[in-house]
Write a protein of this length. Structure first.
Length: 264
């Protein structure tokens, strides 16, 4: 299973009406991957947007994540069922361990994920914010294959070679959240220069660069013009020189770094 090349991120989109309309509009434009999480408190709105679109449910790849506080075995089972109820679906296409923090216990947490797959409530399993060592450990413990590792990736925090290699070895796609670093990466001079030369937006350049790096980005957008601009990145390719200019950015910044994060 391969995660769709571009998805809609919904982190921070906590206005129910706006969130539902954004999801509906994105699906009408052509998006087929929608990402949410228990932590975002918008699963019900995401589900409403999926239901209100003209796109059949079987054509939409719906992903959500278990909150770190809910990663004890029995809590995974109980809260996953609650997520499905809020989303209004019989099964989710991808369920992630959101962060390997708080109640996360590799053996008992991942056993619960396998049970959800066996029950047909979850089609595929993913992890998020996992280092190469944690990814390899999870792959060893799970019966279900890991199809994705979702991590923060953008021009100020490019994918690490060891993480890319680990994902390839276990067969997981690298899903990039916060691809614009909440807007900060859009103003980087190297990104702006490439965008100006190509006559496209910095956002489109970043999404094309991420694709060149083997990532599957899930940018957040709320207005239809931004949704369409991000989607148009699927038709943009960067040549080696343009990719190298983005690669050469020497500033580094991680926006999401909670206490206890595995790389802290």
């Amino acid at each position: 299973m391969t995660v769709p090349a571009l998805g809609l991120g919904t982190s921070g989109n906590d206005d129910p009406a706006q969130c539902a309309e954004t999801v509906r509009a994105a699906l009408e434009i052509g998006y087929r991957h929608v990402d949410t999480a228990q932590m975002y408190d918008n699963e019900a709105a995401v589900g409403r947007g999926v239901a209100e679109s003209s796109v059949p449910r079987e054509d939409v790849f719906v992903a959500t994540k278990i909150h770190p506080a809910n990663l004890a075995h029995d809590d995974v089972l109980a809260t996953a069922a609650e997520s499905l109820d809020r989303l209004g679906v019989e099964a989710v296409d991808l369920l992630y361990v959101h962060w390997p923090l708080d109640a996360y216990d590799p053996e008992s947490t991942l056993q619960a994920f396998d049970e959800l797959v066996d029950r047909g409530l979850v089609r595929h399993v993913g992890v998020s914010n996992f280092t190469p060592d944690l990814l390899r450990e999870a792959d060893r413990l799970l019966d279900a294959p890991i199809v994705a590792n979702q991590v923060e990736v953008h021009p100020l925090l490019p994918p690490r070679t060891d993480l890319v290699d680990a994902c390839e070895r276990v067969g997981a796609d690298l899903v990039a959240y916060a691809p614009f670093c909440r807007g900060e990466a859009l103003d980087v001079p190297e990104v702006e220069a490439v965008a100006t030369e190509l006559g496209v937006s910095p956002a489109r350049v970043i999404l094309a660069w991420l694709r060149e790096k083997g990532c599957r980005p899930i940018p957040k957008a709320t207005g239809e013009p931004h949704l369409r601009d991000n989607y148009a990145a699927l038709d943009l390719s960067l040549d080696d020189a343009e990719t190298a200019r983005i690669d050469a950015i020497d500033r580094r910044y991680r926006r999401f770094d909670p206490d206890g994060a595995p790389w802290s």
